[in-house]
Design a protein around this ligand. Structure first.
Ligand code: PEP
Ligand code: MG
Length: 597
C-alpha cells in the first residue's frame, strides 16, 4: 500500500476543497465507531422520529386561518385512525384495536383538541407550537401520576400529538430531511431502527448519535448503508450546530467539529485511501472464497429489505444468510398482508436463483416494535420478543409462514426461527409450519415440501442444550449480537454499558465454538450471522472453531473474503484451540493478535 504513488501525501496535487474550514471553534468528541470509513460533510440535526417544531408569531388577521389549520389536522388524524380501525386485519395482535380506540379517545379529549386553540388565540403563535406547549403541560401532569400504568400512557399522548404534528407539517413518517443531502451528516440524540431504515431512501454521508451501542439494530442498519457512523457520543446533538463542518471517523469513533485546514486535508487523504482500497476489493467479487489450504468457505449476506438483495449480488454473496423480515413491518400503521409479504420474499428468492435464502421469522419486540403493538414490557430485551411474540400472535405468525412457504416455490428458501430457548418453542414453531403447510395444501397452493427449518442460537440456554435443538432442527445460525447480550447481561442498545459488550469474552467464545462443533458432529450446517461474522478480527478465530458459513452485511463481505483467502485452517485451528483453553482475556487477545498478524 505504501508503494502506491497515489497514496503518498507528498505526491498529491493540491485540489480545491468543497469544504472550507469554518470559523467556529474546533473540538473533538469520542464515541464508538459503528460503521467504518470517513465522512466529511455538514451537520444536519434531527430529533429522531420527533419532528422539529417551528415557532413563529402570527398576525391578528391570521388567527382564524391558523385555528382552521389546527382543526383540519385534528380531523385528518381522526379520519386516519378511524380508517385504520376499520381495516385492522383478523391476524393483527389484539392490542392493535384497543390501541387505536385509546388514541381516538385521546384525540377527542378537550385537553388536546380544544386547549391549543386558546393558546393560538391568546399568544398569537402557530398551531404546531401551541400544540407542543399544551403537550408539555400534559406530559408533566402524567409524570406526576403515581400509578405506573397510567403514567405510561404518556407515550400514547405523545404518539397522538406526533400524528397531529405530522398532519400539519405534512412529512408523513419520514424524519425531516435537509434541502441537500450530498455530504450531509445526520446528528441525532438517538435513532430507532425504524428511523434508520428510512435513511435507505436518502443519500446521507454519515451518522452521529448520542446514544446506542455498536450492535444495536440502528448501528447494524447504518453498517448496511455502508456509510461511516458513530454512536454513544453523549453530547453531540447538544453541542453541534446545524450546518457545522464535521469529520466522522467511523472506525475510530472520533467526531471532529469545525476541523482546521490541516486536519481536514489529512482526513481527505485518508478518505481517498479508503476508497482506493474499496475499489481494489471489488476485484475479489468472483474469486471463490477458499482458504490457503483449500477449504471452501460460504460467505453469505444479511439483508433487511428486499431491495438490499442487489448489494448482496454485487458483493458476490453465496446466498442470503439472514433476511431480517421484521423490517417489512416497521414504519407503517398496518401489517403487511400475506400477499405483500409473499411478493417481498419471492423477489429475494428469485433474485438469488439457486443460492440459499434464509428468511428469519419476525424478530419484533425489544428495539423493533410495530406501530400499535408495543408489547415489549418493562425490560424489552428480555420481554415478549421474536418467537415469543410470534407464538403469542399465532395468526400473524401463520400469515408470515404461509407467505414464506409460497415463496419457497420460487427459489431455495430456508426458514430461520429467532431467539429460541425452550424445546416447546421449537415444537410450537414446527407445528405452526406444519399448519401453514396444511392450509396451503387445502388451498392447492404449491410450495417446497422439504423447506429446511433452522433455529438461531442467541440465548446461552440454547447453546448449552444443543442436543435437542439438533434433533429437531435442520440447521443452526448463531446470532452473536444477542448471544453476547444475553451471556454478559449487557443491553446492546445501552451505551452506558457498551464498553462491557465483548464478543471475545471467553464465555462467549466457548458457547460459539461448542455450537459449531456439536452442529457439525450431528451433521447439521452451522452459520454465524451476527456482527462477529463481518468482523475481520474474528474471521480466523471463527475458521479455527470450524465455522464454514458466515453471513454479514454485503458491505463487509469482500474484506472478509480477503481474510479467508489469506488464512490457513491448520494454523487457525491450532491457535483457536489455545485461545479456548485459556480463560485469561489478555492472553486470548495476545494469541488472537498473533493469529491475525
Ligand atoms: C444476532 O443477534 O446476532 C442477530 C443476527 O440477530 P439481530 O442482530 O437481528 O438480533
Ligand atoms: Mg438476534
Amino acid at each position: 500500500m505504501g508503494s502506491d504513488r497515489r497514496l503518498n501525501p507528498r505526491k498529491e496535487t493540491p485540489r480545491p476543497s468543497a469544504f472550507a474550514p469554518r470559523s467556529g471553534a474546533s473540538f473533538t468528541l469520542h464515541g464508538a465507531g459503528a460503521s467504518g470509513g470517513i465522512a466529511i460533510g455538514h451537520a444536519h440535526l434531527i430529533s429522531a422520529a420527533r419532528l422539529e417544531v417551528p415557532h413563529y408569531e402570527i398576525a391578528p388577521e391570521a388567527v382564524e386561518g391558523e385555528l382552521r389549520r389546527f382543526d383540519n389536522a385534528i380531523a385528518e388524524v381522526q379520519g386516519e385512525l378511524m380508517g385504520l380501525q376499520a381495516s385492522v386485519p383478523a391476524a393483527a395482535p389484539a392490542e392493535m384495536a384497543a390501541f387505536l380506540n385509546l388514541h381516538l379517545m385521546i384525540l377527542d379529549d378537550d385537553h388536546l383538541s380544544r386547549a391549543p386553540r386558546e393558546i393560538i388565540r391568546g399568544r398569537r403563535c402557530n398551531a404546531e407550537w401551541a400544540l407542543m406547549q399544551q403537550t408539555e403541560m400534559l406530559v408533566q401532569r402524567f409524570d406526576e401520576i403515581e400509578d405506573a400504568y397510567l403514567r405510561e400512557r404518556k407515550s400514547d399522548v405523545t404518539q397522538v400529538v406526533e400524528r397531529v404534528l405530522k398532519a400539519m407539517l405534512g412529512t408523513g413518517h419520514v424524519p425531516a430531511s435537509p434541502a441537500h443531502e450530498e455530504n450531509v451528516i445526520v446528528v441525532a440524540h438517538d435513532l430507532s431502527p425504524a428511523d434508520m431504515i428510512l435513511f435507505k431512501r436518502h443519500q446521507f454521508a454519515g451518522f452521529a448519535t448520542d446514544l446506542g451501542g455498536v450492535t444495536s439494530h440502528s448501528a447494524i442498519v447504518a453498517r448496511s448503508l455502508n456509510i461511516p457512523a458513530i454512536v454513544g457520543l453523549h453530547h453531540a446533538r447538544g453541542l453541534i450546530r446545524e450546518n457545522e463542518l464535521l469529520i466522522v471517523d467511523g472506525r475510530e469513533g472520533v467526531l471532529i467539529v469545525n476541523p482546521d485546514r490541516q486536519v481536514l486535508a489529512e482526513y481527505q487523504l485518508r478518505q481517498s485511501q479508503i476508497e482506493i482500497e474499496r475499489q481494489k476489493l471489488k476485484r475479489l467479487r468472483s474469486t471463490p472464497a477458499t482458504t490457503l489450504d483449500g477449504v471452501p468457505i460460504s460467505l453469505q449476506a444479511n439483508i433487511e429489505l428486499p431491495q438490499d438483495v442487489e448489494a448482496a449480488r454485487e458483493a458476490g454473496a453465496a446466498g442470503i444468510g439472514l433476511f431480517r423480515s421484521e423490517f417489512l413491518f416497521l414504519n407503517r400503521d398496518d401489517l403487511p398482508s400475506e400477499d405483500e409479504q409473499f411478493e417481498a420474499y419471492r423477489r429475494v428468492a428469485e433474485a438469488m436463483g439457486d443460492l440459499p435464502v434464509t428468511i428469519r421469522t419476525l424478530d419484533l419486540g425489544a428495539d423493533k416494535s410495530i406501530n400499535g403493538a408495543d408489547r415489549s414490557g418493562p425490560n424489552p430485551a428480555l420481554g415478549l420478543r421474536a418467537i415469543r411474540f410470534c407464538l403469542a400472535e399465532p395468526q400473524m405468525f401463520l400469515t408470515q409462514l404461509r407467505a414464506i412457504l409460497r415463496a419457497s416455490n420460487y427459489g431455495r428458501i430456508r426458514i430461520l426461527v429467532p431467539m429460541l430457548a425452550h424445546v416447546h418453542e421449537i415444537e410450537q414453531a414446527l407445528m405452526a409450519v406444519a399448519q401453514a403447510k396444511e392450509q396451503l395444501d387445502d388451498a392447492g397452493v404449491p410450495y417446497d415440501r422439504d423447506v429446511d427449518v433452522g433455529g438461531m442460537i442467541e440465548i446461552p440456554a440454547a447453546a448449552l442444550s444443543l442436543g435437542i435443538f439438533l434433533k429437531k432442527l435442520d440447521f443452526l445460525s448463531i446470532g452473536t449480537n444477542d448471544l453476547v447480550q444475553y451471556t454478559l447481561a449487557i443491553d446492546r442498545t445501552d451505551d452506558t454499558v457498551a464498553h462491557l459488550f465483548d464478543p471475545l469474552h471467553p464465555a462467549v467464545l466457548h458457547l460459539i465454538a461448542q455450537t459449531i462443533r456439536a452442529g457439525h458432529r450431528a451433521g447439521r450446517p452451522v452459520a454465524v450471522c451476527g456482527e462477529m461474522a463481518g468482523d475481520l478480527v474474528a474471521t480466523r478465530l471463527l475458521l479455527g472453531f470450524g465455522l464454514r458459513e458466515f453471513s454479514m452485511h454485503p458491505a463487509q463481505l469482500l474484506a472478509v473474503k480477503q481474510q479467508v483467502l489469506r488464512a490457513s485452517i491448520g494454523e487457525a485451528t491450532a491457535v483457536s484451540n489455545r485461545i479456548l483453553r485459556s480463560d485469561d482475556p489478555a492472553k486470548c487477545l495476545r494469541l488472537l493478535d498473533e493469529l491475525n498478524a
